[in-house]
Design a protein around this ligand. Structure first.
Ligand SMILES: Nc1ncnc2c1ncn2[C@@H]1O[C@H](COP(=O)(O)OP(=O)(O)O)[C@@H](O)[C@H]1O
Ligand SMILES: [Mg+2]
Length: 509
């Protein structure tokens, strides 16, 4: 049985192919609900954009003021209250598939709650898609197609605390749970706060019923242990780390060329000590001295060695998660160099004919730090390689997922290449405006709705679904990060720790 909602009314603007108002005479219509009606062209799918209550008795302020409280006693005012739903036609299901609406329905047409199967079809949802949550007002799981969601890149934006990391965990679970025949991709996460290392921790026996164990599918790499082979360092990268004069640049290029040539002819990999030794041979003493300074700065990063360690490429496997934990690093520069090197390498592997790694998705938390808008190139070391993935990745199975609480500070080129956006609550008006401008399909009413979303509620816009869709993120299955303690809990833990110390001191005395 179809659930009837109401009847199309004749109004100033419609019904037209772009606007249909209906009076709600049964059930309840909510903003964000999908509805449908039958007419000459087929079944029209509608999105309720607003619901308004009206009452003719309360239309005139002067009479409301005069009669006021008496009104309801003497007139059947309550019976004259109407709920009007303002709906936008999204498309028409016809014999030839889903078409644009080009013809209006008649006033008087009956409007129904949209059929679940039709909603799924309209939003391109799939039975075996990635289950991100549940649609608001409908018993429909948001199971999106993998390619539609990721191939043309994904941006996840929201105010801090709105549930981005929680949502990412849900998405990771879905990616790790795919079967071979569904297509598994490699997943790499740049984890700036160590929020995803919990995926790598085995679930305790006592909690095995509560949480799903992903530890066998997860590899964690501690960012402070990462080393980049000197032979892979090119002068462009160095000049982004340390400012080089033309002289320094020329001499250093020569040295790296020489050492690389020697390595190829059997001398083995080299490190920064070898570079220092070569600097001794530079004729100009002043340049030599300054080059020692350059090498010192590179050494300070504690990042360059003889070989790449660990061999990151070996851990990018279908259906597996690689977490690059940058939480312990304090140097912004070092984080950026790691991300630049890693993303460049991943993309290179996908572009090369040998393809040593499967198609992958690279998740970048705090993306505004790595792909900032407007910042000079030397302060945004990772920007160009991430931008390259955003621009060219889809042809090579290299997907980017950027996560940020400051979309306004995110590189516009990258953001424009993210064909799907998932937006959780955003309160900053500048960020909100920026999102509305950069995402197609966000009008002022959706913009207002975004600022009033609650934690875990989101809207998905773009390629992944046909039409902007509100949903509630599903509950996570993996164990939550230990970083998620409340202030009360940390205060208690601190107090307990202090008490212990006191006891120890007392027993010592
Ligand atoms: N969908 C959700 N369901 C339940 N709790 C959630 C949900 N999303 C977020 N939370 C909780 O809200 C808090 C903030 O979420 P988090 O994902 O860390 O936000 P963000 O990464 O946007 O700063 C966390 O304690 C998290 O457990
Ligand atoms: Mg977060």
């Amino acid at each position: 049985m179809r659930e009837q909602l109401g009847t199309v009314v004749s109004s100033m603007e419609g019904p037209s192919p772009s606007s249909v108002d209906f009076v709600v005479n049964e059930g309840k219509a909510h903003k964000g609900m999908f509805a449908e009606l039958e007419y000459s062209e087929g079944t029209m799918m509608l999105l309720v954009e607003d619901v308004i209550k009206t009452n003719r008795y309360f239309e005139r302020p002067d009479s409301v003021k005069v009669i006021g409280a008496e009104l309801e006693k003497n007139f059947p005012a309550a019976e004259w209250e109407f709920l009007i739903a303002k709906a936008k036609p999204l498309g028409v299901f016809t014999e030839n598939g889903i078409q644009r609406t080009t013809f209006p329905p008649s006033p008087g047409s009956k409007v129904f709650l949209a059929d679940n199967e039709r909603i799924k079809k309209f939003l391109n949802l799939q039975t075996d898609g990635l289950n991100l949550g549940r649609l608001q007002f409908h018993d429909v799981e948001l199971k999106v197609n993998l390619s539609r969601l990721l191939q043309k890149h994904l941006a996840i934006v929201a105010t801090s605390g709105a549930g981005k990391s929680y949502f990412i965990s849900v998405l990771l679970e879905e990616l790790l749970s795919r079967k071979k025949e569904q297509g598994q991709i490699g997943v790499v996460v740049i984890d700036t706060h160590g929020e995803y290392t919990c995926f790598g921790e085995p679930i305790k026996q006592s909690e095995s019923k509560t949480f799903q164990d992903f530890s066998s599918k997860t590899k964690i790499i501690d960012g402070s242990k990462i080393r980049i082979a000197c032979s892979k360092v090119h002068i462009g990268m160095i000049s982004q780390i340390v400012e080089l004069s033309p002289n320094q640049r020329r001499e250093l290029s020569k040295i790296f060329h020489k050492l690389n040539d020697e390595m190829r002819s059997g001398a083995g990999p080299f490190d920064l000590n070898a570079v220092r030794a070569e600097i001794e041979n530079v004729d100009n003493e002043k340049t030599a001295a300054s080059l020692h300074g350059v090498v010192s700065e590179l050494e300070d990063l504690n990042l360059f060695g003889k070989i790449d360690e660990p061999g990151i490429i070996d851990f990018v496997k279908p259906g597996q998660l690689l977490v690059i934990d940058l939480n312990s690093l304090t140097s912004e520069k070092k984080k950026q160099v790691i991300v630049a090197y890693l993303s460049g390498k991943l993309f290179h592997e996908r572009r090369s004919p040998s393809k040593k790694i499967p198609p992958f998705a690279l998740f970048v938390e705090e993306a505004h730090n790595f792909i900032p808008e407007g910042t000079a190139a030397e302060h945004a070391v990772a920007r160009s390689s991430l931008r390259t993935i955003a621009r060219e990745g889809r042809k090579f199975g290299a997907s980017l997922v950027v996560i940020s609480q400051r979309p306004k500070r995110l590189d516009t080129t990258t953001l424009a290449n993210c064909n799907t956006n998932i937006i959780l609550r955003v309160t900053n008006p500048y960020d909100l405006k920026h999102i509305a401008e950069s995402c197609e399909g966000i009008d002022s009413s959706t913009e207002r709705a975004i600022s009033s979303l609650r934690v875990g509620e989101a809207i998905v816009v773009g390629e992944a679904v046909g039409s902007p869709t509100f949903f509630k993120v599903r509950l996570r299955k993996s164990q939550p990060s230990r970083h998620e303690t409340t202030l009360e809990d940390s205060a208690r833990a601190f107090a307990l720790g202090e008490e212990k110390k006191d006891e120890e001191v007392n027993s010592f005395l």
